[in-house]
Design a protein around this ligand. Structure first.
Ligand code: THU
Length: 131
């Protein structure tokens, strides 16, 4: 099972692949599943700005497209442009979709380089749910 530091390092590496010519704000994300599998994603922008895809949703999409059915337990998020690169509202809602009562952990790097941990239920309390 990868450590929090390893997950953040993967997020850092994949942020280098970001396609962000408009914002020039690269982001990388790495998701960890209960079975130990990891998947990564970067943000991908578009000249029609609203079509841009966040790194977190890219990582989750990659996992699902690969056939992953285990529980999502953690996500590490990194941007070289900002310490504490919190997930946007849309990505919080995407993460909540896959919360299975275990409060998905969100890992960010602080200004001083230490790893900060949040729970999705803390970042998006009282979230919309159909059930
Ligand atoms: N971005 C992410 O990749 N994840 C977030 O949670 C927030 C924003 C991207 C979208 C866009 O390409 C750039 O950061 C600037 O908003």
């Amino acid at each position: 099972m990868k450590t929090n530091e390893e997950l953040l390092n993967i997020a850092k590496e994949v942020s280098k692949n970001s396609y962000s010519p408009y914002s020039k704000f690269p982001v990388g994300a790495c998701v960890l599943y209960e079975n130990g599998n990891t998947y990564s994603g970067c943000n991908i922008e578009n000249s029609s700005y609203g079509l841009s895809l966040c790194a977190e949703r890219n990582a989750i999409s990659t996992a699902i497209a690969a056939g992953e059915t285990s529980n999502l337990v953690k996500i590490a998020i990194y941007s070289p442009k900002s310490s504490k690169c919190y997930p946007c509202g849309a990505c919080r809602q995407w993460l909540q979709e896959f919360e299975q009562g275990q409060d998905i952990q969100i890992l960010l790097e602080s200004d001083s380089g230490e790893i900060l941990e949040y729970g999705i239920n803390e970042l998006l309390p009282h979230s919309f749910n159909l059930v």
